[in-house]
Ligand binder design. Structure first.
Ligand code: BEZ
Length: 211
């Protein structure tokens, strides 16, 4: 089954390194990031988990809860977490789901059989407080993800949910943004008091409206 943008994130119950959870209840009213790992005790995953743990203050600032998943069992996750503390210099500070029967992997389309019949690919789902899927990314098993990029997308989503703007190529929080085309110039003058630059009638840039 594939999960698409705009779908409600499938709910599930699971055992995690921080106890049994019901996913939607665990998310509460926060944003969520669910990301899969092909398997425990693998080098790329080890570096990813360490990096995500170090990013915790950035996730907290954005009201985001993070949760990993792999199809290995809980006792394996626990031993692997010790290795991550030892090698990455940080404790894993978010839960990792054990999915040995691959139920959740199936629900979210994390197994791509032509890539690997048994283990998951590297997927990332960003879920908003209404439980809607807002971003899906799929990476091959041999490529570690760029979690700074995922934070950048969360910044864009949180900004564009609040204002009638979109974010341009390689945008970073604080950069100028694009006024969406459903807003006419007259309305834009009132809505964006710092003014805007018209590059083309369909491409109007304005400073970050939150500043
Ligand atoms: C890794 O995490 O290092 C990895 C996992 C599966 C295949 C290749 C690499």
């Amino acid at each position: 089954m594939s999960v698409q943008l705009g779908d409600i994130a499938p709910d599930f119950e699971a055992d995690t390194t921080e106890g049994h959870i019901k996913f939607h209840d665990w998310l509460g009213d926060k944003w969520g990031i669910l990301f899969s790992h092909p398997r425990d005790f693998t080098p790329v995953c080890t570096t990813e988990l360490g990096y995500v743990a170090r990013l915790k203050p950035e996730f907290d600032k954005r009201n985001v809860k993070v949760i990993g998943i792999s199809i290995d069992p809980l006792d394996s996750h626990a031993k692997w977490a010790d290795d991550i503390t030892e090698t990455q210099g940080t404790k894993v500070n978010f839960p990792i789901i054990a999915d040995p029967d691959r139920k959740i992997a199936g629900l979210y389309g994390m197994i791509h059989p032509k890539h690997d019949e048994v283990y998951t690919v590297r997927t990332v789902f960003v879920i908003d407080p209404q439980k809607k899927i807002r971003l899906t990314i799929t990476y091959p098993q041999t490529t570690g993800r760029n979690f700074d990029e995922i934070i950048r997308v969360v910044d864009s989503l949180q900004l564009t949910d609040g204002y009638k703007v979109a974010t341009p190529v390689n945008w970073k929080s604080g950069d100028d943004v694009i006024i969406v085309n459903s807003v006419d110039d007259e309305t834009a003058k009132k809505t964006f008091p710092k003014g805007f630059k018209t590059v083309k009638s369909y491409l109007r840039l304005t400073p970050d409206p939150r500043k």
